[in-house]
Design a protein around this ligand. Structure first.
Ligand SMILES: Cc1cc2nc3c(=O)[nH]c(=O)nc-3n(C[C@H](O)[C@H](O)[C@H](O)COP(=O)(O)OP(=O)(O)OC[C@H]3O[C@@H](n4cnc5c(N)ncnc54)[C@H](O)[C@@H]3O)c2cc1C
Length: 433
């Protein structure tokens, strides 16, 4: 049976959840439905590490920049759940990630009627209805078909698995987006190490906020294991938290970036990079440095940060993983053996380079129906609509996938998603009503 919708959203993470709220609160009478692969509401559950905090200002939530009077703000969530005063008294700069995840799930729960959970979209096609009007046909892993006059892809970015890990298929090598389930899987297989014992050695690849959080989590989770973090740059760096740089997460910067040439976009990206990538907050860096110092003081160092390291080879052994690693400045070669390797290697943006993806995965089969600029980037309108080659094509919006056209504010974060949702909602209204 085929189900028909005006708007079909694929994915129901924060981006499309913010859109569902905007459509409701802005009073647009558009029928919208969403398909979500996860079994129920959640947010980044594979990385729900004890004690970890969020990276965005909590008031830059699903709604507030667009509608500060919304019922679905983080502050109102705390209020309705009887924790506002306790939360305001919390001696933390940023809320716990688990509390923010509960907020996201609480809001998502109000929109259950619009969402099919546990449904993985496998294909998207351009089609026509009985009257010859263009629409999208979407197929799912359960064999269902949905048709819609407009599509909003809000699937989050694809994990980036660099060489040589991209050729490995083993439960012992996994991206951070699978961290907690992967540890559980290893334990079920007979322990994260051999036969139920604690692992002897584990390796984290990367120098991001997540890499540092993972290093700390592994050090606490497996206090007897040797934890090695391999970083390609010289060592771990502090995030750029200058309030001036933070204006990169303002809507004015999004417009400014959008209008810049590709050459100038590259310059702006290089400047903004340390506000979000290959760098970590001071609190976790200080905690990690202190931990290593104390271990040295005790003559029992277990945690190591090795910079200027590039993994050249990976071999999965029966009970572990062997890495061949180059020291980039001296050319020396090392071997590391671990029970498992966690890849904190980031995500792929939309773009033509090897570390990017030409179009979001679900657009692969219909990519030829869309325009690309002369640098090879998918052309996306200021309203996040992928630009079709034919005027007769139904609308397709990218929600949360437009860093290469809209800049750092679109790097998958909460910072601007309420305003982006409004932009997309307005365009949907113009296109469909
Ligand atoms: C560990 C971690 C911590 C983070 N912390 C912060 C933070 O503190 N602050 C911040 O601003 N940002 C943070 N981020 C960035 C994060 O991208 C955003 O917070 C937010 O999750 C982006 O929302 P989204 O809806 O675009 O993507 P996602 O949250 O990734 O949601 C996409 C949804 O689409 C679903 N989906 C994907 N493919 C399909 C398919 N084919 N069919 C059906 N459903 C599909 C997925 O199951 C998922 O639920 C963090 C990211 C990570 C990985």
């Amino acid at each position: 049976m085929t189900r028909h919708h005006a708007v079909l959203g694929i994915g129901f993470g924060p981006a499309n959840l913010a859109l569902a709220i905007a459509l409701e609160e802005e009073g647009y009478n558009l029928e919208a439905h969403f398909l979500e692969a996860r079994p129920g509401p959640s947010w980044q559950s594979a990385m729900m590490l004890p004690g970890s905090d969020i990276q965005n200002h909590p008031v830059r939530d699903l709604v507030t920049l667009r509608n500060p009077r919304s019922r679905y703000s983080f502050i109102n969530y705390l209020f309705e759940n009887g924790r506002l005063l306790d939360h305001l008294n919390l001696p933390m700069e940023f809320p716990l990630r688990k509390e923010y995840a509960q907020y996201v799930s609480w809001v998502a729960g109000h929109f259950n009627r619009l969402v099919d959970y546990g449904v993985h979209v496998t294909g998207v096609d351009v089609d026509r209805d009985a009257e010859g009007r263009p629409l999208y046909t979407v197929t799912t892993s359960a064999g269902q078909t949905h048709q819609a006059r407009a599509l909003v892809i809000g699937t989050g970015r694809t994990p980036y698995i660099p060489e040589p890990f991209d050729a490995v298929n083993s439960p012992r090598v996994f991206h951070l987006t699978r961290y907690l389930p992967a540890l559980q899987q290893l334990e079920e297989l007979g322990g994260a190490g051999e036969r139920g014992r604690s692992p002897r050695a584990v390796t984290v690849i990367g120098g991001s906020q997540s890499a540092v959080e993972l290093t700390l989590d592994l050090a606490h989770r497996y206090p007897r294991a040797r934890v090695t973090t391999l970083v390609r740059s010289l060592t771990l760096r502090l995030k750029d938290t200058s309030p001036f740089s933070e204006e990169g997460y303002f809507p004015d910067f999004t417009d400014y970036y959008y209008r810049a040439s590709r050459e100038r976009k590259n310059v702006l990206d290089a400047y903004m990079r340390l506000t979000n990538y290959s760098s970590a907050d001071g609190d976790v860096l200080r905690e990690l440095y202190r931990l290593i110092y104390e271990q040295r003081l005790d003559g029992d160092q277990k945690v190591f940060v090795s910079g200027s390291r590039q993994v050249r080879e990976v071999e999965v052994l029966e009970e572990g993983v062997r890495l061949g690693v180059e020291e980039l400045n001296t050319g020396e070669y090392e071997e590391h053996e671990s029970d498992f390797v966690v890849l904190a290697t980031g995500f792929r943006d939309v773009g033509p380079a090897a570390h990017q993806e030409r179009v979001p995965a679900l657009m692969t089969g219909i990519a030829d129906a869309f325009a690309f600029d002369n640098h090879g980037y998918l052309s996306v309108g200021p309203d996040y609509e992928a630009q079709p080659l034919s005027a007769d094509q139904p609308a397709l919006f990218l929600n949360g996938l437009c860093e290469s056209s809209h800049g750092i504010g679109d790097a998958g974060s909460f910072s601007l998603l309420s305003l982006r949702a409004k932009t997309i909602a307005e365009s949907l209204r113009k296109r469909l009503l």
